[in-house]
Design a protein around this ligand. Structure first.
Ligand code: FES
Length: 104
């Protein structure tokens, strides 16, 4: 079989958009469904979490909209199954909607 070893592209595709592609983020074995996992992809801080009663992992920005704390430091609430921020207890469902907040 003949292999071309020293081939290189003669031009660079400058239209490549990193934001319009899928990326593997972690082996499933490395994720704990009972706690949020922080990851960084393309310089973005993200959190991977799995709602209770779901078999799908979700990826959100790792930033609480309240005071910008990392959601990866929170937990999955045992009653609602939502992602809970550890700072003031705001909770977010699988759509990212805030389902519980305290006015502080
Ligand atoms: S910073 Fe997340 S609830 Fe306040």
């Amino acid at each position: 079989m003949e292999t071309q070893l020293n081939s290189s592209p003669t031009s660079v595709d400058t239209d490549f958009n990193f934001w319009q592609h899928w990326y593997p983020i972690a082996p499933i074995e490395d994720l704990d469904p009972q706690r949020p996992t922080p990851i960084t992809l393309l310089g973005q801080h993200l959190v991977v979490w799995q709602p209770l009663q779901s078999d799908q992992y979700l990826v959100f920005q790792d930033q609480c909209p309240h005071r910008l704390a990392p959601l990866s430091e929170g937990r999955i609430d045992e009653q609602t199954g939502h992602l809970m921020c550890s700072y003031h207890g705001w909770q977010f469902d699988q759509e990212g909607l805030c389902t519980h907040y305290s006015p502080s």
